[in-house]
Each structure stands twice: as C-alpha cells, then as structure tokens.
Design a protein around this ligand. Structure first.
Ligand code: C2O
Ligand code: CU
Length: 458
C-alpha cells in the first residue's frame, strides 16, 4: 500500500510538540481481481488495504475520516491507547456524507497498529469490502537497531485477507452467516496469490491478519523442494511492538487481528523461488466449502544478487519489554465466550444489551489478571481487549508459543476448549472501552462487551 501523507503539520500550542493533520475518504471503488471482470469494494481513500500511515512516536495525529461510502462506519485504530471518544465505539457511527475527526496520541512505543471499521453489526461487511489499513508507529530506539528498513523496500507490510468471488468475478456476498466467513481466495495487500521480487538479503515483513474469520498457519518453503521442509525465520515483534529478543521458528500462527513481524533471510536462496504457505485446517472448518488452494499464499522470486550490500542486522536482544508488574492474585474477572440463545455472547450477554453489557470495572492504573474461557470443542475465538497490552500468563492447553510470551499482545487466540489467563496494566486513560471476539461474524452478533476504567483507586 502507498504511504499516507499529512495535509499539514503544525505545533500543539500546549506542549510545543508536532501535530499532523490527515484526511481519509472512505469511498467505493472497482477493481478487476479477475481480468475484465470488475468487482465492487469500499476502501479508505478508495483502495484496499488503505494507505499506510508511518508516524514517529511523539507526533500527535488528527485524522478526518470522511464517509463517502455506502454504509455507516466507525473507525478503530487497533493497538492505540486512544481516548474513548476516538476509539471507534461500535455505536458511534458516521453516516454516509458525514465525517468525524479522530485524535491519536501516538506516544506508545513502536508497533504496527491498524485501522479498520468497527460499525455496529456491519463490521464484517465493511471490513470484507475493504475497510482496513496499516498504521506504523516507530520510535528512535527501534530505528537505532538497524533492522532491515525502508518502507516498501526491505520493510514490508503483508496484510492478509480472504475473500470469495462469483463466477462473473464479482465479490461474493456472504449475507448473514451465523458462524464464520472464511473465503477461499487469500489476498496479500489486496492481491490474490501475489508474486514478489526480492533480493538475496534480509527483509522485515509485518504480517497482519485482517481477514473476517480465517486464522492462518504460516510457513515458508522452497517452491521446488520438499513442501514439508520448512525454512526457519525470526519473529521480532508482536501486536505491541518488538519482542525482548528474536525468536526462531518455522511455523507462525496468525490469528485474526494479530500482527507478527519477522525477519526473513533470502541470502542463501539466490535465484530460487520461495513460497509462503498456509495450513488451512488451522482455522475452524464450520462449512463444507472446499478450501483448495488456501494452502498457498504468495511467492518470492529471489534475484541473483543484491543491489547494495545488506548492512542490516538481527540483534540478539531487541528491547526491554514493559511487562506489567506481575500480580499473583487470582483472576479478578472471568469471561466465558460461548454461543447462548442463538447469539454469540460473553458471560451470556451480547453487546446489543445496553443494560448488561458493562461486564467489568477496573481501577485505572492497576494491573489485573483476566481469565478468558472458550468451552466449545468446535470454535476458536481470538479475543481483543481495547486500550491495553497484555501478557499471556497461561493457556489451559499448555500450548504457549515462545514468540507469544517474549512480548506483549492485544489479541489472545483462545483455541477450541481452551482457557487463557492474561495480565495487563489498565492505563493510561479512564473511559469505557470494548473487548470482543475478532472473528467479525461473532463480533457483529454479538460477542462484544464493555469495561470501564473510570473507577479511581481507593
Ligand atoms: Cu481490531 Cu475492537 O478491534
Ligand atoms: Cu469468536
């Protein structure tokens, strides 16, 4: 995706710090995914994924989102500790023809955030039609590490989604499905099964799973070699930025809304082709749809030589991660994510129930442990808590990946029949925020609730 440029840069009269003003127009556009057969989408600035914001830490941003699309919208900057009025509350919708100005503090450490739609009951539809984009926040300490860099050159977002098309090339409308919408055509940065020319050197790839319901199990392999011989790489960052240290793996689970950044080294693959592949069965298979070709994601053609020497490094340590002060207390809140009374609920409550949906009061500034449970033998639920970064303390299955615990997360994937305990510092703002399943079909109907950090400590 192209980089988003500010309309103007000015100074905050109170702090003296820089403020950038941006404008984004939400509008319908046409794209021929299949040649000669136009399909209709709606995107930020009329493209999907939307343009990538690249913002240095400490630069505040005001973004005017003008809704010239067909539906109501609400914009959430996922991973940002936005103040509540700018957090994309599902009912805070902007009608077609109207706009809303969002304020983002950008004082957090470097990380890949993403902006996407969050409108009540139609988030899945809006996101499927294209409303998602990357927002990269970087800081000086991270820049000084000399990781592979240069946006679009050696530092590249790979935004995953999954769609389905009709025989005439138009986008298949999934209407009102009840459990999941998987799609059978994987897209990377809006293109199905793309190819990318790379040099035999190190790259930083920033994965984002922006799909509706599909989780990915990613691995790399030589396209001409044995498919089962996976090429190892290093995970360097998660949802909340850099890990403590690079973690080597050859399998990467990317649940809905998760960001995983990796360094992949093509140095020894001069002149070869490398495939990024997927384990389709990692997602829930709630339908009889054939997922042929969902095992392939994209291909890299490695050039014979580099254009310049690769001076980037993969340091042994990346940063000191600000893990929350550990608390040994029992979980203060327990939430069950389940299907009750033909609805997706949290502790039996759906977000459409305005009286009961406030499920937790948390004193602002405190560290709490929450227990998140999924008793279904069939469904998994990737749970996102707004405002905070969390540490995964445990999973009942015992299966915790090393790359999951070397950093902080804002999404935790509850596998089938799994309970996870997560710990977070509920700060810095007082306000009412959402938490929910990020399978957007579940979120829309109605697996979402609220917590309130407005309560002051005694
Ligand atoms: Cu990525 Cu509440 O959302
Ligand atoms: Cu779910």
């Amino acid at each position: 995706p192209p980089q988003k440029q500010p309309e103007l840069t000015t100074t905050n009269p109170e702090t003296g710090g820089p403020v950038q003003y941006y404008e984004v127009e939400i509008k319908p556009f046409t794209q021929e995914i299949y040649e000669g057969m136009p399909a209709q989408f709606t995107g930020y600035d009329g493209i999907s994924p939307g343009p990538t914001f690249i913002v240095p830490r400490g630069t505040e941003a005001i973004v005017r989102f003008v809704n010239n699309g067909l539906n109501e919208t609400s914009v959430h900057l996922h991973g940002s500790y936005s103040r509540a009025p700018f957090d994309g509350w599902a009912e805070d919708v902007t009608q077609p023809g109207e706009y809303k100005d969002y304020y983002y503090p950008n004082q957090q450490s470097g990380r890949m955030l993403w902006y996407h739609d969050h409108a009540m009951h139609i988030t899945a539809q809006n996101a499927y039609r294209g409303l998602a984009g990357a927002y990269i926040l970087h800081d000086e300490a991270e820049d000084a590490l000399n990781l592979p860099s240069g946006y679009g050159e050696f530092d590249i977002p790979l935004i995953l989604s999954s769609k389905q098309y009709n025989e005439d090339g138009t986008l298949f409308d999934f209407g009102t499905v009840a459990g999941a919408w998987y799609g059978d055509v994987p897209h990377v940065n809006g293109i199905p099964w793309p190819f990318m020319d790379v040099e035999p050197r190190k790259y930083r790839f920033r994965f984002l799973n922006a799909a509706i319901s599909r989780n990915f199990g990613l691995y790399f392999t030589e396209s001409t070699g044995d498919e089962d011989s996976k090429i190892p790489f290093h995970v360097i960052a998660s949802d909340a930025g850099l890990l403590e240290r690079p973690v080597e793996t050859s399998d990467l689970r990317a649940a809905l809304a998760e960001r995983w950044e990796i360094v992949f080294d093509f140095t020894e693959f001069t002149g070869q082709t490398i495939d990024l592949r997927n384990v389709p069965s990692i997602s829930n298979l709630g339908t009889e749809i054939s997922f042929e070709n969902m095992d392939k994601i994209m291909r890299f053609n490695v050039a014979a030589e580099t254009s310049a020497a690769d001076n980037s490094v993969l340091p042994e340590t990346l940063r000191e991660v600000p893990f929350p002060t550990p608390t040994t207390a029992d979980p203060t809140h327990s939430f069950l994510f389940a299907r009750t009374n033909n609805q997706w609920t949290i502790n039996g409550v759906g977000f459409s129930d305005p009286v009961n949906r406030l499920l937790a009061n948390v004193s602002v500034g405190t560290v709490e442990r929450w227990e998140l449970s999924n008793t279904s033998p069939f469904w998994s639920h990737p749970i996102h808590i707004h405002l905070i970064d969390m540490r995964i303390v445990s999973r009942s299955s015992g299966r915790v990946e090393e790359y999951e615990t070397a950093g902080l997360k804002d999404v935790v994937w509850l596998a089938k029949d799994e309970t996870a305990v997560v710990e977070a510092h509920y700060a810095p703002w007082a306000g009412v925020y959402m938490f929910h399943c990020h399978n957007l079909i579940h979120e829309d109907d109605d697996m979402m609730a609220a917590f309130n950090t407005t309560v002051l400590p005694e």
